[in-house]
Design a binder for this molecule. Structure first.
Ligand code: SF4
Length: 219
């Protein structure tokens, strides 16, 4: 039987409260100081860890500040600089495409507007939501690999498509909770409810999670 929406909302509220309590400092784990730096960090983080991205970006962010600066870096040089993040040719193209579009359409600024963000090259709904939440302090639900896995395990969605998961979560959470919910779910996915071995025994939301496993059971 499908869980009534009111019950799902109540469960989501309890999960959010418990995770906020568990991870009071949950935040975006990419290092950045400007919206442009965060946008570039997001592009670099595809198929790469935030830790690795954070090793690469400080030297680049110290040197290049504006979209024009980034656009002026010859592609082979940028490819070399971001090589360790993987997919460096595509990422270089994305960074250059983004910076060109920012100059042409937005006077060199990253727009504080979701609809404008998703029209930019290299920026999908996930990155647009990351920017809305972490650069602009606006509502947004970030559906990355952790959110996808946890939202399914916690039965907040049965979808696999990130956009559909985002819309399902929007229905059960108040807008002002979207950002913090994104942060704590990603923190929880990295630290406890991992892909291979969810640590249900010490999970602070096991009471409200239908996927909880008894100690010793298979993940
Ligand atoms: S109870 Fe287990 S499966 Fe559910 S959220 Fe916690 S760690 Fe993940």
């Amino acid at each position: 039987m499908q869980e009534p929406i009111a019950q799902k909302k109540a469960r989501a509220a309890k999960v959010l409260k418990a995770l906020k309590n568990e991870y009071p400092d949950a935040h975006c784990e990419l290092d950045f100081t400007t919206p442009l730096e965060l946008a570039i960090g997001c592009i670099l983080s595809a198929q790469c860890t935030d830790v690795r991205v954070n090793q690469v970006t400080p030297a680049l962010f110290a040197k290049y500040k504006t979209p024009a600066d980034w656009l002026a870096i010859p592609a082979p040089e940028l490819e070399q600089a971001i090589h360790s993040t993987g997919f460096f040719r595509n990422k270089t193209k994305s960074i250059h495409g983004l910076c060109r579009a920012l100059i042409e359409r937005h006077n060199g600024e990253v727009p504080n507007d979701f609809d404008a963000l998703v029209k930019l090259p290299g920026i999908g709904r996930k990155t647009a939501n990351v920017l809305m939440v972490s650069a602009f302090n606006q509502p947004g639900i970030v559906v990355d690999t952790h959110m996808k896995r946890l939202a399914n395990r916690m039965a907040f969605t049965t979808e696999q498509n990130p956009d559909k998961i985002e819309f399902d979560l929007q229905k059960i959470l108040p807008r002002n909770a979207w950002g913090i919910f994104s942060h704590v779910m990603v923190f929880h996915g990295r630290r406890c409810c991992t892909a291979r071995k969810p640590d249900c025994a010490r999970c602070p939301v096991r009471e409200w999670c239908p996927a909880r496993q008894d100690a010793g059971a298979q993940a």
